[in-house]
Design a protein around this ligand. Structure first.
Ligand SMILES: *[C@@H]1O[C@H](CO)[C@@H](O)[C@H](O)[C@H]1NC(C)=O
Ligand SMILES: *[C@@H]1O[C@H](CO)[C@@H](O)[C@H](O)[C@H]1NC(C)=O
Ligand SMILES: *[C@@H]1O[C@H](CO)[C@@H](O)[C@H](O)[C@H]1NC(C)=O
Ligand SMILES: *[C@@H]1O[C@H](CO)[C@@H](O)[C@H](O)[C@H]1NC(C)=O
Length: 475
């Protein structure tokens, strides 16, 4: 994951150019109208002119084509990650090295198509520790383009263990002009990975988006380009090398997550940057996101069935508030987890990920992340009490989502502070939040939360929503 500090969000506003194109659009409309009118009067057999090519129409999910990197040995077990999020009208192609010998494949969706990559044995590959599969996977972009699908605005590349939040991905891609060359993705969490590979590269597991015109330019010379970089390791660094030849830089977005970490994603997900959650990766490597889930996929299903379907834009978004009466700090990671900590922790501490996760390079420490982190509290009094999502629903009468979080029973070491122990007083947290699909069409700002009185026996009630103009997180 990447923090908003080191990453700038490049969300080009289309104001100026769209003003012009809007005027052009109006002009062409009136022209079409006149033409129609006259043609109706005089030659009613003339076919209607085709609509203006500049007419802006909103980008929708059917404009996106996914190129999923897989293999015949991994697909049977990895398909469950793709089936979590892939649905028509998205289009998607799973690229394999060999035909599946097993009939275990069970794609839930008719529009996901299995493809065989073409033979790359004529391409040079000299990296000592890597795999030649990198060549095949790198060519997914041009192989998918060569399928000549109609109406494509974006090609999105990912691995077979990448999980997307499609609605958030769509919000992001819609904010860019798809007729321009864009290469959008994110870096690794590991500073060392970024040094070994590149700080200019979109990591493939996190997924990355290439606009149609850029994919077209790339496909025209990708095979020659691949011949020039035989010593690179992977498929994504090969893409970046060709992007550098084209002079197209990476547009970084902090919502794509390569997750080159081990252990528990908790610290990262509980302090997600103020940006839409776009993707998650390496979920086979880390612990299930909900500790009580029977499997990793089941944990993700809990997230997708509830929060993602109710309010995708708000999923994992953090808000920070205080229980004045008890002198507790409350941090909500909406749809995932609530933390209650004794005492007042400032927002600048709470929005910094706690190191519940381990570095990709086992001997590297906290200096080896490409963003700020903080240690897990040593003092037992400062250990947060965690409440994980139990259920999520929509209250039609109140027009709000209701998410319920249940205390995670881990051992609470003794604390001698006079401040009350949250784990002794709160078993359940109920959060009310109105769906806010427009959240990312405004300037980024953390939501505000407010602890409500009268939660009842062992229950805390929290309201989450857009902050009032001058509302700040303070006790
Ligand atoms: C053509 O334009 C005139 C005036 O704007 C309008 O009254 C008429 O209905 C139009 N005819 C057609 C066929 O659209
Ligand atoms: C077929 O599928 C089973 C169960 O997923 C797996 O254990 C086995 O290795 C597969 N066989 C081949 C040849 O891929
Ligand atoms: C196929 O899909 C169904 C429904 O999603 C699921 O219950 C079943 O376990 C899947 N089977 C395999 C072999 O993946
Ligand atoms: C790929 O091509 C090479 C020679 O160009 C050939 O020897 C090899 O058998 C081919 N592999 C496959 C899987 O077709």
């Amino acid at each position: 994951m990447t923090t908003s500090m080191s990453m700038s969000m490049h969300m080009p506003t289309l104001k100026n150019s769209s003003k012009h194109s809007f005027i052009l659009f109006l002009l062409s409309l009136s022209f079409i109208y006149l033409f129609y009118n006259l043609s109706f009067l005089h030659h009613s057999t003339i076919p209607p002119p085709s609509p203006s090519r500049n007419a802006p129409s909103p980008t929708t999910l059917d404009h996106i084509v996914f190129g999923i990197a897989s293999s015949s040995s991994l697909w049977p077990s990895r398909q469950h990650y793709i089936n979590l999020w892939f649905r028509p009208p998205m289009r998607g192609f799973v690229w394999l090295d060999n035909p599946l010998t097993n009939s275990t494949t069970n794609s839930s969706s008719s529009s996901l198509v299995l493809k065989l990559s073409s033979n790359t044995s004529s391409f040079p590959y000299t990296h000592k520790h890597g795999s030649r599969a990198a060549l095949r996977l790198s060519r997914i972009v041009s192989e998918t383009l060569h399928l000549n699908l109609p109406n494509v605005r974006w090609f999105v590349m990912c691995d077979d263990d990448t999980v997307f939040l499609p609605s958030n991905l769509l919000t992001l891609l819609s904010s860019f002009d798809h007729t321009q060359p864009y290469y959008i993705g994110s870096l690794s969490e590991s500073h060392l990975q970024n040094i070994y590979f590149s700080y200019s590269m979109a990591y493939g597991g996190a997924g990355f988006a290439i606009s149609y015109p850029l994919a077209l330019s790339l496909s025209r010379f990708q095979d020659q380009c691949l011949h020039r970089y035989p010593s690179l390791y992977g498929s994504d660094d090969r893409i970046q090398a060709c992007m550098a030849e084209l002079g197209v830089p990476l547009t970084r977005h902090p919502g794509f997550h390569q997750y080159d970490v081990y252990g528990d994603l908790l610290g990262l997900l509980a302090a997600h940057p103020v940006a839409p959650l776009i993707s998650l990766h390496h979920l086979d490597v880390v612990k299930p996101i909900f500790p009580s889930s029977p499997s990793r996929v089941a944990a993700l299903q809990r997230l997708f069935a509830g929060p993602v379907s109710l309010d995708s834009a708000g999923t994992m978004q953090q808000s920070i508030c205080y229980d004045k009466l008890n002198q507790w700090t409350v941090s909500v990671s909406w749809g995932f987890v609530i933390q209650i900590v004794r005492g007042v922790m400032s927002p600048r501490e709470m929005e910094m990920p706690a190191r519940t996760f381990l570095n990709w390079y086992p001997r590297a420490d906290y200096t080896a992340y490409a963003f700020n982190t903080r240690p897990v509290a040593r003092n037992p009094c400062q250990r947060p009490v965690f409440y994980y999502l139990l259920s999520a629903s929509y209250d039609v009468r109140l027009r709000t989502t209701v998410t319920v979080y249940e205390r995670h029973h881990d051992s609470q070491p003794t604390c001698r502070w006079k401040i009350e122990d949250p784990s002794q007083h709160v078993n359940t947290v109920i959060v009310y939040k109105k769906p806010d699909p427009d959240m990312w069409n405004r300037a980024p700002r953390r939501n505000c939360c407010r602890v409500k009185p009268g939660g009842g026996e062992r229950t805390m009630v929290v309201d989450v929503g857009v902050c009032r103009d001058d509302e700040i997180s303070e006790i």
